[in-house]
Design a protein around this ligand. Sequence first.
Ligand code: 3PG
Length: 302
Amino acid sequence: MREVLDRIEKTGIVPVVVLEDAEKAVPVAKALQAGGIDCAEVTFRTAAAEESIGRIAKECPSILLGAGTVLSVEQVKKAVDAGAKFIVTPGFNPSVVSYCVEHQIPVVPGCMDTNAIEMALEMGLDTVKFFPAEAAGGLKMMKALAGPYVNLKFIPTGGVGKDNLCDYLSFRKVIACGGSWMVKGDLVRAERYDEIERLSREAVAAMLHLRIGRIQVGSMCENPAEHADLLHSVFLTAQTEEGAEAEGCIEILTDHLERALYHLEKQGIAFDMDTAVRDGKKMRSVDFKKKAGEFRIRLAEK
Ligand code: 3PG
């Protein structure tokens, strides 16, 4: 359970996929992955769900694949047999949740009130899907619900899209957001895989929010002041200054450091973990393995 939830947290986004035709399952999964999202929840809202899960599990084994809208133990069995690694339900269904808990199948039940949350806690769960997030009161309602349950984490889903994704993710009890905005039914029907990929990439970029922070020009540079001025005029919003150290440093800021590390490593960027600066358990910054000329590149959370 922990491993699956940790990966969902690093990915940050759980696409909710409704497939009417299993032929489209693999191209959709590949488009999500190409856009940087290697997780999908295929919903049991259509007859094609089981076969779609089977095809994705076989053709795209690196994707973290779950089954959504699971309403019965029978569907749990079908989903798991087909290759689903986690189960999501719209409401708190005691039979489904206890079956999953007994069989150590990661399960995230939908909970929108204190009763459902307490049943989830009673079953030993620490993460629930807050559903339907926007209709149930949005971030304000979720924060109010989080108050008494100090260790509870949420995956808000329902009405989440590119415009409110970052608001939800900024609440530290949110491990990821679910939603269909990058994989809407009309895009799937029209086989607009390019658009699914683009919307996925856009969602990941909005979530990570990578931008230039401070730039320090190293003292071994021939004319540090001149270089600092030049860089300042290029990166208008970045703070550029002469640093005390020999090497310069370009700082790249992100809203979510651990998540950014996960996504950038998938793109082949290596980090020098010996340079990681931590505040307790939380990592605050880490340097890229590669340098840009005389500059170290540092990824830091703001
Ligand atoms: C779900 O099943 O979780 C929701 O239908 C997804 O909601 P959305 O379509 O509003 O993103």
